[in-house]
Design a protein around this ligand. Sequence first.
Ligand SMILES: [Mn+2]
Length: 433
Amino acid sequence: MEIITTHKGTDFDALASLVAATLIYPDATPVLPGNVNENLKPFLAIHKDLFKFAGPGEINLDMVDTLITVDTHSWGRLDSRLSALQEKPDLEIIAWDHHLQGDMDVTRAHIKETGACVTLLIQQIKTKRTLITPIQATLFLMGLYEDTGNMTFASTLAEDAHAAGFLLDRKADLNILATFLKQAYAKKHKDILYDMIRKSQTIKTGGFSVAFSKLDIQGRVQNLAMVVQMYREIMNADAVFGIFRDLEQDKCMVIGRSGVDEINISLIMRSLGGGGHPGAGSALIKAANPNVVQEMIVELISGNQQSSVMLSDIMSYPVVKVNEDTPVEEVVMILRELGCTGMPVVDADDRLAGVVSRRDFKKIRKSKQMTAPVKAFMTRNVVTISHEKSAVEVARLMIKHDIGRVPVIKDDKMIGIITRSDVMMYFYDMLPD
Ligand SMILES: [Mn+2]
């Protein structure tokens, strides 16, 4: 006998993957865990007859020879009534998962870090040309939207968007989708969100703004991750962390979201004993003080920054510069030869005195001004940046001052210059090795 199951606290991605797997393995029995996510209940209440799920208690485990698991491949995340399967030595395990971590001894793995797990199954359905109904397409799209935050989470891949396009082609109903996905926000979530904003604290680290909110919560609150996602959108920070302390159980739930590559939530959460994706993840820490948890995260982020790219790695050097006494006509010639629009000007001690660009020479009216020293025409208030700063900070300076060239300063000396194309190369990951 073959069974398909997914993780407890089943969310839309897990449910969608479970149903999608029944199309790929028509002979297998889908087993829905006893404990499902709160926002799934109204959907299941209406659609129950459509999907013939078995309960974990109804399965005779002695008969099971193949376990197909979706959206998880960790024994601890399955309904505990299935845990005896762990003892079966010749159990065949097929896993479809978008989490890389898992402790199952998998026979056949379909594991890839996509935004939603259901994407992996949809790809298979697409290849096999399996027919799907509009209702199935709607459910699959709900899973896809929920796990990718409507395609906005950094973990979203092109594959997820292709899968969404396929489902819309198969008549997924966006009205139904909006109805059921919206239910995720109950009054409790709204209260938590308000509380998070009220207690929010933004910290600057490594050129990034990171918002933290620490709250005490009572009992189990489902869908905290979506609240944290809304919190990120409102705070407009590069990364956010919600630290939720359950006083009764003496544990902290940490949920993180990041919109920048440099802050990898998966790495941070793994250091805290949890897991996730680069853009989203969580960890459950026993007997922890929320302030200490926050300090740990700040330390992990600043640690990450050190290993990331420094300005000195992306800047252009050596810098072509001129002395402030150089005649204008000579500077004009140098600029023309190099094909650049401007360059830095230094004093006799090789300290940055200003910058000059072709624009500055528009002020020239008389021909004898061409022999005047360049210092008469250069711009003296130069925006510079310290060599320890990040690429994000230099990009912000360029936007703020509308400049395309920022000298990099170390110990009072100019060691290089950052241009727009240097920054572009960095952001689009085109750095030479
Ligand atoms: Mn998932």
